[in-house]
Design a protein around this ligand. Structure first.
Ligand SMILES: [Zn+2]
Length: 322
């Protein structure tokens, strides 16, 4: 179930077969690249009844993890803004001392910590005691987009793993095995989102991601042509849903990041290599970096619940003066 990322599979197998499973694991990587799948893989490896370092995929425990019903694999649930309620984390800490229900260990997963902007630090402080002195049967897995989301005190006590994107070929082949999509659809998704399987599935399943890709391409094209009216028009068109604007800005920031590295021959991974190269030619690396920072700052504003209209107007003004 975990595509690519052999380094994670090898390390998991080695630690389990030597009986030296870590108690705290941090998994970093971009959204959609498989952080949660990697966490599930590790949990399944630790809880598999065959206990040989890899999930067998057929025992009761592996099947329960696949179906999301294993009583010893718990995933914390953030609120709609991505913040974890601190009461929930306190409950995890007090439950952790209780022995596992069925398996050798209890695995707790707290995913996407980078989105818990308001409570992220508090959450980690609450977990610190458990991470410093974990009961033998407790494994804590935290995920985020980068190590910057973690407190130093947590980082120093956890094993840090990072998921790497699959190749386009691996992604196309995996999506093909699902038997749900036409080849052309899969190729279109991989063309927009590279080897990011999670994002490709979202692109194929959810119209909002499909439109976010189209919008990010249109905004970057407007930046290339210097058309402020078009810029404002597309930004306003990003629907009334905040999620779609956020996703559009994330994809746009990747195009701008690629624009900043294109002139150095960096690897381009955004949803529009063509626009990234054109931006690089028009603005140069330095101004592309400034545009990238401007978009990133506005993503943070959205995460902090600023009004969408204010964010759009401020972003448009910000991008126009660079
Ligand atoms: Zn198994």
């Amino acid at each position: 179930m975990l595509t690519g990322n052999e380094h994670i599979k090898r390390l998991t197998e080695a630690t389990i077969t030597k009986g030296r499973e870590p108690h705290s694991i941090i998994i970093t990587g971009e959204r959609g690249q498989g952080r949660r799948t990697a966490a599930k893989y590790i949990a399944a490896s630790m809880l598999c009844e065959k206990n040989n370092g890899r999930p067998c995929g057929v025992c009761k425990s592996c099947r329960m993890i696949r179906d999301g019903i294993h009583p010893d694999f718990m995933t914390a649930q953030p609120n709609e803004n991505g913040n974890y309620p601190v009461e929930q984390i306190r409950e995890i800490v007090s439950n952790a001392v209780v022995a596992p229900n069925e398996g050798r260990v209890k695995v707790y997963l707290i995913p996407e910590l980078e989105r818990s902007i308001i409570t992220g630090e508090q959450v980690q402080n609450i977990l610190l005691k458990l991470i410093e002195e974990p009961p033998d049967h407790v494994v804590m897995i935290l995920t985020a987009d980068s190590k910057e989301a973690f407190l130093q005190t947590i980082l120093s006590r956890a094993i840090a793993l990072s998921v790497v994107p699959c190749t386009k070929e691996e992604c196309i082949s995996y999506l093909g095995t699902l038997g749900k999509y036409e080849y052309d659809e899969i190729a279109g998704a991989c063309d927009a989102l590279g080897g990011n399987i999670g994002s490709c599935i979202e692109y194929l399943e959810k119209q909002s991601i499909f439109f976010a890709v189209q919008n990010a391409r249109a905004i970057s094209a407007a930046l290339v042509s210097g058309d402020e009216y078009e810029l404002l028009r597309v930004l306003n068109e990003t629907d009334s849903k905040k999620g779609q604007l956020r996703e559009t800005l994330r994809l746009l920031s990747e195009i701008l990041r690629d624009g900043a590295v294109a002139s150095y021959g960096g690897v381009l991974t955004s949803c529009s290599n063509k626009n990234a190269r054109a931006l690089s030619q028009r603005y140069g690396s330095g101004r592309c970096s400034k545009l990238y920072r401007c978009v990133s700052e506005h993503m943070t504003k959205l995460d902090r619940n600023c009004s969408k209209t204010l964010v759009i107007n401020s972003l448009c003004a910000g991008l126009s003066v660079i």
